[in-house]
Design a protein around this ligand. Structure first.
Ligand SMILES: NC(=O)c1ccc[n+]([C@@H]2O[C@H](COP(=O)([O-])OP(=O)(O)OC[C@H]3O[C@@H](n4cnc5c(N)ncnc54)[C@H](OP(=O)(O)O)[C@@H]3O)[C@@H](O)[C@H]2O)c1
Length: 289
């Protein structure tokens, strides 16, 4: 089985490539992983994308490439759509030509966050930001074009290799010994290790369609920060603040929680709590005991 991973130097892509390459079944399945990032395969160029994919002839393409800076998307609208929408479309078209399954990663930011409960796959998207709009257009292109696809919407991703909420809050805490964090954004932190396993599950079980995947349990960003300092033992005060008092360019949803029941039913995979995943990540990256 030949798997092509785009955006393979990003936070998720890099973890995924490492995990796939080290799977115990990799040898038996003849698993061959081709990892590409922008330099090898810039997905904003449809012809190059088509040529690359037709030469590579993958059985599966996992699209981890994305323009993920949510605030920058507001001012770099053309670039955001070029990667997140047109790029996804080019991958769907090229994948269809070679008969590849497309596994595409999307986001909670396709929703406006006004629902009181967790979002299901059947809930109507209504993105508030350019990032959310461009990601939704990418999803729709995949759904319209690809013969065999799985779209995994995820949220609040953390893991090694790149700066993320956990590393940013730890940096700020170590520097100032107090951090202000918003109490009115709720969601589910998601570890790249668990998301990578979910991606492998949908590949190996040929799961098809639109799914939500995050770690289990919900919290506010404030609760998340508190847990980070509790687990690391850093003496840092976490002060509550409101989103309205935090200046940023993009409007982000207050509720990002995704209901993952459909994914668990399709794969038979029980997802662990975000606190357990966070603890493992911190132990591995900070060598906590
Ligand atoms: N991080 C989160 O909290 C979060 C939440 C929900 C959903 N997601 C989704 O999860 C997926 C993975 O995100 P991530 O956190 O791993 O993001 P990331 O660390 O920013 O990785 C994205 C990768 O895509 C690459 N890329 C950008 N433009 C490209 C292009 N034109 N052609 C090819 N590669 C390109 C980036 O390269 P450069 O570094 O050179 O730009 C980077 O390596 C994305 O689809 C994202 O929308 C993430």
């Amino acid at each position: 089985m030949k798997i092509l991973v785009t955006g393979a130097r990003g936070m998720l892509g890099r973890y995924l490539v490492g995990m796939l390459s080290n799977l115990p079944v990799a040898g038996n399945l003849g698993l061959e992983v081709t990892a590409t990032d922008r330099e090898q395969l810039d997905i904003t160029h449809p012809q190059n994308t088509s040529r690359f994919i037709s030469d590579c002839k993958p059985d599966v393409i996992v699209n981890c490439a994305a323009f993920t800076n949510v605030d920058a998307c507001e001012t770099q609208v053309f670039d955001a759509f070029a990667v997140n929408a047109t790029g996804a479309k080019s991958i769907a078209m090229a994948g269809k030509e070679v008969g590849a399954k497309i596994v595409h990663i999307s986001t909670d930011y396709v929703f406006d966050g006004s629902k009181m409960d967790s979002y299901c796959e059947t809930d109507k998207p209504n993105p508030l930001s350019v990032y959310g709009k461009s990601k939704l257009e990418g999803e729709l292109a995949i759904q319209e074009i690809a013969d065999n696809y799985a779209i995994l919407r995820t949220a609040w991703v953390f893991g090694p290799y790149r700066r993320n909420f956990v590393t940013a809050i730890l940096e700020r805490g170590k520097k100032d010994r107090k951090v202000s964090v918003v109490t009115d954004q709720h969601g589910s932190p998601t570890y790249t290790a668990d998301l990578s396993q979910a991606i492998w599950n949908v590949i190996s079980q040929d799961v098809r369609g639109l799914y939500h995947f995050t770690n289990m349990g919900k919290c506010s960003r404030y609760d998340w920060a508190k847990k980070i300092f509790e687990l690391t033992g850093e003496p840092v005060s976490v002060l509550p603040m409101k989103t309205a008092d935090y200046k940023r360019t993009a409007v982000v949803p207050h509720n990002s929680a995704l209901n993952c029941a459909k994914y668990m039913l399709a794969t038979g995979h029980k997802i662990r709590l975000w606190q357990e995943a966070l603890e493992e990540y911190l132990q591995k990256t900070l060598s906590l005991t």
